[in-house]
Design a protein. Structure first.
Length: 397
């Protein structure tokens, strides 16, 4: 994280050449390497952008500019720009001229060009720029440029609820578009705002991105490889020192996309073992928790207490059965004390008698036995701020 102290790039105006022209932000950061890490995606967030929302240079992972105020938190826009970095084009390239992508998906059809035109990706339909289609329609009807711009109604032909295409556009050979909601919801299309994460890449787009990483046209990806050990570190969250842990607490959470088996392990690692520490025992057959590589509830990919981590893909790559990072924590949080609340009427109301207890009294195993019959609440206060309550209704037997 750094700041560019610049009047020029405080607001990046595309029309003033500050995106691609003589004062390009991309050229500026190339010439000022302090502002550009070569082993990372670099995202530049001006105060405001004019004439664009986000931009990226094709295949160059270092360069993304995004409108700071409105869009930095938009996963759609960041995914879209990253798609450009990984060699994806818009789904509608040249849609309005004679070199357009044709509707046919049949490679035997003489007009088939889906593999070469538009975005050169065959599982995205030939489609217009949904944001501009109506604008061009108005122009074609003879409206002046100014009139069309003034009456510009975005996304006229996209049903805002179902995302069905409800236009009647054609490719440049007058074949009616064959557009599905999934085409409209493609990350590389220009389409209406929709709920987070409903925009997707197609399989072929994902393949193209993988290819871009393999091709590595600008030699940018070599230094970004990492170790197996890094996979065994939570990308967020921490291991509690004590149980019960304070709430709320972000538990140690691991990368999706891998197959995890959390294996029962032993003994005494109040914080997880170091990577490659062999001094714990485990039984590979005793799986405490399994996580599928396609798990999408990312918050659920956490490391349970009393278990070590097995990542199937790593074991497959190494040809071993290794479990790492045994976490075996039996430490209870020190108890400060507590109190016993008796509900004198035998129902939950305010007629109560409260007896404070110190840490020895509240943990006394004979505490409940020593109470008279009645309705009670027992509260235990831990040093880490956790308060546990139990309710008991004690009768004669
Ligand atoms: Zn784009």
């Amino acid at each position: 994280m750094d700041f560019i102290d610049s009047d020029t790039y405080y607001v990046i105006d595309r029309n003033a050449g500050e995106l691609y022209g003589h004062a390009s932000i991309f050229d500026y950061v190339r010439n000022n390497p302090n502002y550009r890490k070569t082993d990372a995606f670099n995202i530049y967030v001006p105060y405001e952008t004019v004439g664009f929302a986000g931009a990226a240079e094709k295949r160059k992972k270092v360069n993304i500019a995004i409108n700071g105020f409105s869009l930095i938190n938009s996963p759609t826009l960041l995914n879209h720009e990253t798609g450009h970095c990984l060699n994806l084009k818009h789904t509608f390239v040249n849609w309005h001229d004679n070199s357009c992508e044709h509707v046919t998906r049949d490679p035997a059809n003489q007009h088939y060009n889906a593999n070469k035109r538009g975005d050169s990706i065959t599982d995205t339909a030939a489609m217009p720029d949904f944001q501009r289609e109506h604008y061009w329609e108005l122009r074609d009807q003879g409206a002046t440029h100014e009139w069309a711009e003034a009456h510009y109604i975005p996304y006229k032909y996209v049903d805002p609820v179902t995302f069905e295409y409800i236009g009647y556009g054609t490719d440049c050979q007058n074949n009616s578009y064959d557009i599905l909601p999934s085409d409209i919801k493609n990350i590389m299309a220009y389409s209406p705002a929709m709920p987070q994460y409903t925009k997707k890449f197609t399989t072929a787009q994902k393949i193209r991105m993988h290819e871009a990483i393999l091709e590595d046209s600008y030699g940018e990806y070599g230094a970004a490889t990492t170790t197996f050990a890094a996979l065994y570190l939570p990308y967020k969250g921490t291991y509690p020192l004590y149980y019960p842990q304070p709430q709320p607490m972000q538990m140690p959470t691991f990368q999706p996309g891998f197959t995890y088996n959390f294996i029962e392990c032993c003994c005494n690692y109040p914080q997880p073992a170091e990577y490659d520490d062999p001094n714990f025992s485990f039984d590979a057959g005793n799986v405490v928790k399994h996580v599928d590589k396609f798990e999408t509830n990312y918050a659920s990919i956490t490391h349970p207490n009393h278990s070590a981590i097995m990542i199937s893909e790593v074991n497959l790559a190494l040809g071993e059965t290794q479990a790492q990072k045994c976490y075996d924590n039996y430490d209870g949080t020190p108890i400060l004390g507590g109190k016993v609340t008796k509900f004198n009427d035998g129902i939950f109301n305010t007629n109560v008698t409260i007896t404070p207890k110190d840490s020895t009294e509240i943990t006394d195993p004979y505490l409940i036995q020593s109470l008279d019959n009645g309705l009670y609440k027992l509260e235990t206060n831990y040093i880490n701020g956790v308060d546990e309550e139990i309710v008991i209704y004690k009768t004669g037997n």
